[in-house]
Ligand binder design. Structure first.
Ligand SMILES: Cc1cc2nc3c(=O)[nH]c(=O)nc-3n(C[C@H](O)[C@H](O)[C@H](O)COP(=O)(O)OP(=O)(O)OC[C@H]3O[C@@H](n4cnc5c(N)ncnc54)[C@H](O)[C@@H]3O)c2cc1C
Length: 456
């Protein structure tokens, strides 16, 4: 039999993988392929932290495939066309990606392959519902507001996940060496403290650990000092686990206020995906067009202090250092650091979006751009611009004893709890910690003035 190519992308798993399942059902020998394609347009080639994750996730996938994963590097479409020729494959199967450049590339590739008589099968592995499946009741348009989107989505059936196909047969072709791709950082090895184990098995372990505590999710999810969230985001992004698997595991585990809140977060993930699909300019263009004229400040010094966790504002610095040290940041803190950058420092949200893209292990074009726009007030169903987080009050509310900030900002170890979020007001401010780079009242007023100017 002629071989069938399964093109793995952001679906690095065997179970509930429709493309792999369809390919296995043909009983043909498979070429399980991953292509390292660094040709993403704009700023959207994989960032450093994503590449770290990818290295380990591919290692895990190769192990699950008993060493049969085929690695190739180059422009994805060119590489696949060449491999079809080289191997005599009769079919290519893959699961959809929804980044605008991936949609365009995949359409073109499918077209060329089909014209050459190759069977192409494209399936959905990354979302519970295709981005075009949910429409507003009145206008039949894509949703721009989350609540009605969620109401509609919550009422829809989610198809049951499938187990991994067994006894896969493989067709032998040559493969690159993963090591040769140099996805891991070396000098310096900034990932040495990353506390993650990528892979399909580990994704399921993380889910089942989290389910034990899901009842408390409603309150624990806002407290960055405790591990109250699932930490599934990089596993979901890379498709080591499917949202269908997570959804059904949560539903089977039992109903609670916490489980309902958690399912809603999976709803946000779907909402962001459909926003990007229907608004391909989302990563660079404000959805609220008025913001195209916003007068942003440009200060490299401020941006550097923010990125390095040296703003002198503890909760912000803790978040940015957590990001640097672990490749991940708690959601509440992501909102706080983004708000400070955009509002108090007046920096364009795209600068922060780009930094996150490079440093997050869960960097995801839809979630990242939709959330940056959400904080900036220019996105869909966004927090209004004039609602400006006060990072000191946020810190006091969500990290009252300073456990989180002290974990990442040890300079604050000796500062009493009362001043841990505003050490500049302590009787003896720590000598080795910077003073705030921005006066919070003045920064807020400057932001509001810029916003009023926008309204004209
Ligand atoms: C400025 C900013 C940038 C962000 N960038 C990203 C990003 O690049 N990639 C990313 O996956 N998430 C991003 N988020 C959303 C959110 O912070 C993370 O998904 C979450 O912190 C991941 O941790 P968790 O898996 O423990 O989440 P949980 O609280 O356990 O939630 C479960 C899952 O729901 C989804 N989810 C939760 N919150 C959101 C949200 N606000 N928007 C979309 N999906 C959500 C994620 O897939 C997450 O894994 C961003 C948020 C902000 C404010």
């Amino acid at each position: 039999m002629k071989p069938v190519i399964v093109w793995f992308r952001q679906d690095l798993r065997l179970a509930d993988n429709p493309a792999l399942r369809a390919a296995a059902a043909t009983a043909a020998p498979l070429i399980c392929l991953f292509v390292l394609d660094d040709h993403a347009p704009g700023d959207w080639a994989w960032g450093g932290a994503s590449r770290w994750w990818l290295h380990h996730s591919l290692t895990a996938l190769d192990k699950s495939l008993k060493g049969k994963l085929v690695l190739r590097k180059g422009d994805a479409a060119t590489t696949i066309k060449a491999l079809v020729k080289e191997s005599g494959a009769e079919a290519v199967m893959w699961n959809r990606c929804y980044e605008p450049f991936a949609v365009e590339r995949d359409h073109k590739l499918a077209d060329v392959l089909e014209k050459a008589g190759i069977t192409v099968e494209i399936t959905n592995a990354a979302l519970m519902h295709e981005p075009w499946a949910l429409k507003t009741k009145t206008g039949g348009k894509p949703f721009r507001v989350f609540t009605p989107f969620w109401k509609t989505m919550r009422g829809m059936d989610v198809s049951k996940p499938h187990p991994a196909p067994r006894n896969l047969k493989h067709h032998k072709v040559k493969s690159d060496e993963l090591k040769g791709w140099k996805l891991l950082p070396t000098r310096p090895n900034w990932a040495k403290n990353f506390d993650w184990t990528p892979g399909e098995k580990e994704a399921h372990d993380a889910l089942y650990d989290f389910l034990d505590d899901i009842g408390k999710y409603g309150t624990a999810r806002d407290l960055p000092a405790c591990s109250g969230t699932s930490r599934l985001s990089p596993h979901l992004h890379w498709g080591e686990i499917s949202p269908r698997q997570v959804w059904h595991a949560v539903r089977t585990h039992g109903h609670s206020a916490g489980s309902e809140t958690f399912l809603k977060e999976l709803g946000w993930r779907e909402f962001c995906a459909q926003l990007l699909f229907h608004n391909p300019g989302l990563p660079t263009q404000p959805l609220d067009k008025r913001f195209a004229k916003f007068k942003w400040r440009k200060s490299e010094k401020d941006f550097d202090a923010w990125a390095r966790g040296q703003t002198g504002i503890p909760i912000v610095d803790a978040g940015m250092r957590q990001l640097w040290q672990t490749g991940w940041m708690h959601n509440r803190v992501r909102m706080i650091v983004a708000s400070l950058l955009i509002k108090h420092l007046g920096t364009h949200w795209r600068e922060g979006e780009r930094w996150f893209w490079d440093t997050l292990v869960d960097a995801d074009l839809a979630n990242n751009s939709a959330n940056w726009q959400w904080v900036a007030g220019c996105g869909a169903d966004a927090a209004p611009f004039f609602r400006i987080f006060n990072p000191v009050l946020q810190g006091k509310k969500f990290d009252p004893k300073g456990v989180y900030v002290r974990r990442f900002v040890p300079e604050l170890n000796e500062v009493p709890d009362k001043f841990v979020h505003n050490p500049w007001e302590a009787p003896q401010p720590p000598a080795n910690y910077p003073k705030p780079i921005v006066d919070l009242v003045a920064g807020r007023n400057r932001a509001l003035k810029a916003f009023r100017a926008l309204k004209g």
